[in-house]
Ligand binder design. Sequence first.
Ligand code: FAD
Length: 390
Amino acid sequence: MKAAGLRFLLDHTAAQIDADRHALTVRDPDGDERAIGYDTLIVGTGAVPARPPIDGLDTPGVHVLHSMDNVFAVHDRITLPSTRRAIIVGAGYIGLELADAFSHRGLDVTVIEMLDQVLATIDTELAAPLQDTLTRHGVTVATGVTVHAIEPDGTQLRVISDDGGDRTADVVVVAAGVRPNTTLAQTAGAALGQRGAIVVDRHMRTDVPDIYAADDCVETWHPLLARPTYLPLGTTAHKQGRAAGANAAGSDTRYAGSLGSQAVKIFDRVVARTGLRPHEASTHGYKPCTVDDHKAYYPGATPPRIHLTADADGLPLGAQLLAHTDAEVAKRCDVIATAIHHRLTVADLLDLDLTYTPPLSAPWDPVQQVAQEWQAQHPRGLAMTGSAPG
Ligand SMILES: Cc1cc2nc3c(=O)[nH]c(=O)nc-3n(C[C@H](O)[C@H](O)[C@H](O)COP(=O)(O)OP(=O)(O)OC[C@H]3O[C@@H](n4cnc5c(N)ncnc54)[C@H](O)[C@@H]3O)c2cc1C
């Protein structure tokens, strides 16, 4: 990047934007400030970890996870010989990935989640087998439990929750989501919208002249909802950043939006999702129809589970998949994300020439099998206008 002419001010903080004078105040490591003029400015300040209302979050041994520095501190703690037991607060994808990683390191792991299921971004029917996977690998999972306080208990930490459970650990990690870091953008007077994220248009322009913004600090356009939402993901941040950079340099690049596609590996399982869940679809005026398909394809194969949600007219709206890591469900999810992006119908999915070899798939790929299942259950949908399996 340096070779391309970029100049880096590492260990500097962008403290203030004077939008009228087109000047950014930066603070160096010694605390000295100076102003840098700009023609266009891009804000990419990311997110900060959410700090849930739990007393004792700053107790030594308690980590609120987000940055690499946080991770190094967790690593230092778990590699102490005295660290045997870990409690993770939050069963989102980061909390569950941590449970997997800590278990592989030989720690005794408990995950506490205030909602009634792990991974609240997927349907309960898939969250339940995922929770079984965690349990099968020795992780204790407590759902429907809210943590109120964490306090020192000798050399350990005591986690106090509303179920009266008495849990102690050597390390506690809180992974309770993120919120947009908008402090800098607010000094320029930028408007905030969804979940407090910076309002941007499809060209990643804020409402302040010549200031663009991208990544976990901004709203994200959702093509199915046709409105902004907040989807702090690496995939989203990269594409927004590219659009913002191109436009700040004079291009005319429109950010296509995000369907919230994501995948996570937990022990020997992968969960992937894209688009809308049935209740989200119906909330936004669609008439969603969801089918659940699970089949085995090969001796020893574990059956993938796929939920396909489509509008009553046969336009795919979303999918959720759960399977063994060998079943490649993340890439199957990507097929459905591609179909949603290009407004293919469920019937169009059947026309796709997808690969097949017995250890990996079937002549009708699992994505197509669930599409057939959808057609069988909704014969009057637009789905029937495509070519049916012969
Ligand atoms: C443990 C973990 C696992 C994840 N896994 C996935 C995954 O599998 N898939 C996926 O899609 N996403 C994943 N994500 C999310 C993904 O990492 C983020 O969406 C992505 O990093 C966001 O990039 P960003 O540019 O918004 O933020 P960051 O990468 O956090 O960059 C923002 C930078 O701005 C700096 N900054 C902030 N304010 C100022 C200021 N005033 N002056 C100067 N610098 C400032 C910060 O120090 C930071 O370096 C994961 C996140 C975490 C924490």
